[in-house]
Structure formats: structure tokens, C-alpha cells
Design a protein around this ligand. Structure first.
Ligand code: GLN
Length: 537
């Protein structure tokens, strides 16, 4: 009798229905009834990981403690559950094929023909059950990326079919997320696309156990009964997922619909009233702010909603913590000029310069940093944003005019940001950055030391370039202090200005660690600085 239960979430009719949020919300409800739950994402693309994909293709690349470059849904999982994910939580077709082909080259298949079934599907099942076999979880929720009917998701659906068969009733559940479109001309909600999608799933041998129906309007009992009848599910297993004003409402919406109850019943597990006190406390603060501030987010992908996902969510957590509404003003770094900078930034209470790669838009970022440094507007630089703050200071305060990062100009006279020693002989682009969680020691009496209230911190990284220590004394003599250092390698992880209300640049990505239960201290403090600025100006 297997002790771990497996829940699969598939999607039909359309992409972008929010499978990740449904998976995370269900996990939250199960976790708050005492179950230990993790969520895994299976991505059907052939890249090994999204690390080499640009944000136009894929949105933000999320990084785990153990240095996996993953799908942004893992960020939602961590933000909802407050439990770290790992390499094992994101599997791609690229990873599956790579390991099967490596085994084939080693001769592990003993002369057999290597095929999608059973070799690829076995590898998929192993990756799913690996999490179950750790013994750490009662329930594994596996979200299958893409939409049923896609050629590339077929092996995953087949693995689900086999697991249902192998592990039997009460141990594996298939939740299918679909869309119920509303035709305004007919003033009607339509079930046919869902019926077809459930049938497509059945063609692969999988009967959906629960339907979660995304809709813009209440679907009502009649539609639920109709869907139940056509799709072989009981009526209580037809769950409405109505558009929500925030993703953080979805756990409560699913609770009201009884999703957790039917799931636990079908898995033959006890259900209790979930304890959502901390969650609801956060929601209450988030929805009832006492004041409002405006923060500029400067980056080169600002037109894309998903590129800075974790940063935007971190502001939601930190805003709620301070009972402040944080209005984010997205500013494209390529559109910033000396002439328009005042009009773009003068009404802001703080500016965050985003992470990034490559030369495009960096001069706009540097102009913005000069503006907030001299006008004493709170500044937060993350990764590339921190590096740009170092360059700005070198050019304008240290008077090292041709300062740059060697990422942008290999021949800069003053390479104040330079390729890390450990990166110098690397040829492959995928998975080779400095990744994952590293320790950092905070300087006594620094701002960050009091913000974190701790001497040693651990934060997640994703970069190749670093602060060039040859220039450290010059920077510190003029007031830009290296207040966080990796004591083993001497890498500068944090810089801060001491004669400014709030000016901090971090080489790491604090946004990956902010959760509903644990808003990140740097974001909390930055929002407080923004609030102070708004009151004084
Ligand atoms: N491009 C910079 C580097 O590789 C910054 C990376 C980032 O912002 N994540 O060091």
C-alpha cells in the first residue's frame, strides 16, 4: 500500500487558465489541515530548463535554494506553501530525454530498443515518485504543463494513466482544469469545449476525477449537473473557479467550493477545517491599506506581466505587512533620457532597478540611479540593478569615467564589475551561472545588519559577474560600503550608501524568498522607506 498520494493537474481548452495557482491553492488547503504537501511542475518543452529562455518566451526564471533554474510556477508554490522547492520539483522533456539517452549510452537498457513507452514514461514516473519516496510528503501534486491534446504532453498523460493503474483507487487523482466560455451574444455559458477536452483526455485513457472550471460568471447548479452528466464525474466534483481580483483569494474560493473536501474524500483521507489564520490575516492587511506609495520598477521587460513576477509578489507581501498599498509604476529603461528623467521619477517614493542581462537599456538604469542617489529617493538594486549602482557611483562620484561591467564592454578602462574567476573557462550557457543559495556575512552597524537582524544570511543567486574588489577601497572611502560579503570567496554581495535614506544594492535575488507567511525583510524595509518618503514629500 503506497503511503504517498498523487494528484495530477492537467489543463484543457486553453492555456493560461492558472493551473499553477489552482495547484498551489489546493496544496495550501491540504497543508492547512496538517498534510505535508509539495508541488511539482512537468514542462513538456525540450529545453533542459528555462535558464536559457528569454523572458519574452517564458517570463521569469525562478531559482531554488539548490540552484535549479525553474518555471515561475515554482515561485507560486513557495509563496503559497512557505516550503522550499528543489531540482526535483521541475522536470522538463529535455531532462527526461537527456537522462534516458545517457543511460542508453552506458548500456543500461541491455540491448533493448529504447522507446517512449516504457522508457520515457518510466523515467517520468520515477521523477514523480522520487518526491513521494523521500518520505517527506503525504501528498504530491504534479502539474502537467501545456494543454491536453498537445503532441508534446502525450508521454506525461500516459505516465499519469499508468500511475492511476499501478497505484489504484484512492492513491492517484486526476484534476482537469478547463474553461467555461461566456458568449455574450447568446448570454450563455458554454460547456461543449469542456466536454471535448475531457474526451480528449479519455482518448489517452485518463478519466478526470474532478473538473475545475475557470469562468468569468457564476456557473450555477444546472451547468454543474450538465458537466457531471457528460463528463462521468459526480456533481460535487465539478468545481467553479471564478476570476478573482487577486491570486491570494483562490485558496478561500476553492475552500468555499469544497475542492479540498472532495479531493480528500477521493483519496480516502481525513478532512478537517483548514487553519488559514495567518493567510487570512495577510489578506485582510493587503485589502485594507492605510496609505499608498508609488514605486518605480525599472527594467527592460516591463511590458511583460510575468518577467518580474517574484518582485511584484514580494511588494504585495511587504505592502500588506506594512498595511500600505504599493503601486508599481513600470518604467522601460530604454525610454529614460536626461531630458525626461525628472518627469518620470519625480513623483516616486522609491525606485527598484531590476535584474537583467546584456547591454540594452543599461544607460537608462544608470541615469535613474544617479537621479535617485542625488535626490535622496529610496533605491533598491537587484543583481544587475546593484551592478549598475556600482557603475553609476564609479562614474559620477569616483570620477572613473569609463567604468563599466565587462559584460557590457570588455575593454572598459575601469571594469568595476567583472566576470567571476569561477566563470572564466565556462563555454556552455545552460546551468553554469553562480546559482542557488549562498551564505553572506553582514557588516556590523550596517543598515542591512539591522534590517535582517542577523549576522549570517542565505540568499539565492543567478549571475556571472561580480563587484571588482580592486576598487573596494575607493568606493568605501567615498561612502559606498560593501556591507554583505561571502566570507569564503570575498565576493561582495551587498553595497549600501551611508548618507542616503535607503540605498541598497544586492547581488542576490531576495524576491525568490519572499512568501505570504515570511515577507522578505529587505522589501519590508524598502516599503517603510517609501512610506517615510511619501510622508515627508
Ligand atoms: N547580467 C548580470 C550577471 O550575469 C546580472 C544578472 C542578473 O541580474 N540576474 O552578473
Amino acid at each position: 500500500m503506497p503511503s504517498t498520494k498523487y494528484i495530477f493537474v492537467t489543463g484543457g481548452v486553453s492555456s493560461s487558465l492558472g493551473k499553477g495557482i489552482i495547484a498551489a491553492s489546493l496544496a495550501k488547503l491540504l497543508q492547512s489541515q496538517g498534510y505535508s504537501v509539495t508541488i511539482q511542475k512537468l514542462d513538456p518543452y525540450i529545453n533542459i530548463d528555462p535558464g536559457t529562455l528569454n523572458p519574452y518566451e517564458h517570463g521569469e526564471c525562478y531559482v531554488t535554494d539548490d540552484g535549479a533554474e525553474t518555471d515561475l510556477d515554482l515561485g507560486h508554490y513557495e509563496r503559497f506553501l512557505n516550503v522550499p522547492t528543489s531540482q526535483a520539483n521541475n522536470v522538463t522533456t529535455g531532462k527526461i530525454y537527456k537522462s534516458v539517452i545517457e543511460k542508453e549510452r552506458k548500456g543500461d537498457f541491455l540491448g533493448k530498443t529504447v522507446q517512449v513507452i516504457p522508457h520515457i514514461t518510466d523515467e517520468i514516473k520515477q521523477r514523480i515518485q522520487f518526491l513521494g519516496n523521500t518520505g517527506d510528503y503525504d501528498i504530491i501534486i504534479t502539474e502537467i504543463g501545456g494543454t491536453v491534446g498537445d503532441i508534446e504532453s502525450l508521454p506525461y498523460i500516459e505516465a499519469l494513466r499508468q500511475m492511476k493503474w499501478d497505484l489504484g483507487q484512492f492513491n492517484v487523482l486526476a484534476i482537469h482544469l478547463t474553461l467555461i466560455p461566456y458568449l455574450s451574444a447568446a448570454k450563455e455559458l458554454k460547456t461543449k469545449p469542456t466536454q471535448h477536452s475531457v474526451k480528449t483526455l479519455m482518448e489517452s485513457g485518463v478519466q478526470a476525477d474532478i473538473l475545475v472550471c475557470r469562468t468569468e460568471h457564476e456557473i450555477g447548479d444546472n451547468i454543474k449537473a450538465k458537466l457531471a452528466r457528460f463528463c462521468n464525474v459526480d456533481k460535487e466534483s465539478v468545481i467553479q473557479s471564478i476570476d478573482a481580483s487577486t491570486i491570494y483569494d483562490v485558496p478561500n474560493l476553492m475552500l468555499n467550493e469544497g475542492l479540498d473536501k472532495v479531493v480528500l474524500k477521493k483519496l480516502n483521507l481525513k478532512s478537517e477545517k483548514p487553519n488559514l489564520d495567518v493567510w487570512n490575516g495577510f489578506l485582510k492587511r493587503y485589502k485594507n491599506p492605510n496609505s499608498k506609495i508609488k514605486i518605480g520598477l525599472i527594467g527592460k521587460y516591463v511590458e511583460l506581466q510575468d518577467s518580474y513576477k517574484s518582485i511584484l509578489e514580494s511588494f504585495i507581501h511587504a505592502g500588506a505587512e506594512n498595511e500600505v498599498e504599493v503601486k508599481i509604476i513600470s518604467i522601460h529603461s530604454e525610454h529614460i533620457t536626461k531630458e525626461n528623467i525628472n518627469s518620470k521619477l519625480c513623483s516616486l517614493n522609491g525606485v527598484l532597478v531590476a535584474p537583467g542581462f546584456g547591454e540594452r537599456g543599461i544607460e537608462g538604469k544608470i541615469l535613474a540611479i544617479e537621479y535617485v542617489r542625488t535626490n535622496k529617493i529610496p533605491f533598491f538594486g537587484i543583481c544587475l540593478g546593484m551592478q549598475m549602482a556600482v557603475i553609476e557611483f564609479a562614474r559620477n562620484v569616483l570620477n572613473l569615467k569609463d567604468s563599466n561591467s565587462t559584460e557590457m564592454n570588455k575593454n572598459a578602462t575601469h571594469p568595476v564589475i567583472d566576470l567571476m574567476q569561477s566563470q572564466k573557462n565556462i563555454v556552455n550557457m545552460g546551468g553554469t551561472m553562480r546559482l542557488g543559495s549562498w551564505e553572506c556575512e553582514l557588516k556590523e552597524l550596517s543598515n542591512v545588519r539591522s534590517i535582517y537582524d542577523s549576522k549570517i544570511i542565505k540568499e539565492r543567486h543567478r549571475h556571472r559577474y561580480e563587484f571588482n574588489n580592486d576598487y573596494l577601497d575607493q568606493f568605501e572611502s567615498k561612502g559606498l560600503i560593501a556591507s554583505g560579503i561571502n566570507s569564503k570567496t570575498d565576493l561582495v554581495e551587498i553595497v549600501e550608501l551611508n548618507n542616503h535614506p535607503w540605498f541598497i544594492g544586492v547581488q542576490f535575488h531576495p524576491e525568490y524568498k519572499s512568501t505570504v507567511n515570511n515577507p522578505h525583510p529587505l522589501f519590508i524595509s524598502f516599503v517603510q522607506a517609501g512610506l517615510k518618503h511619501s510622508k515627508e514629500n
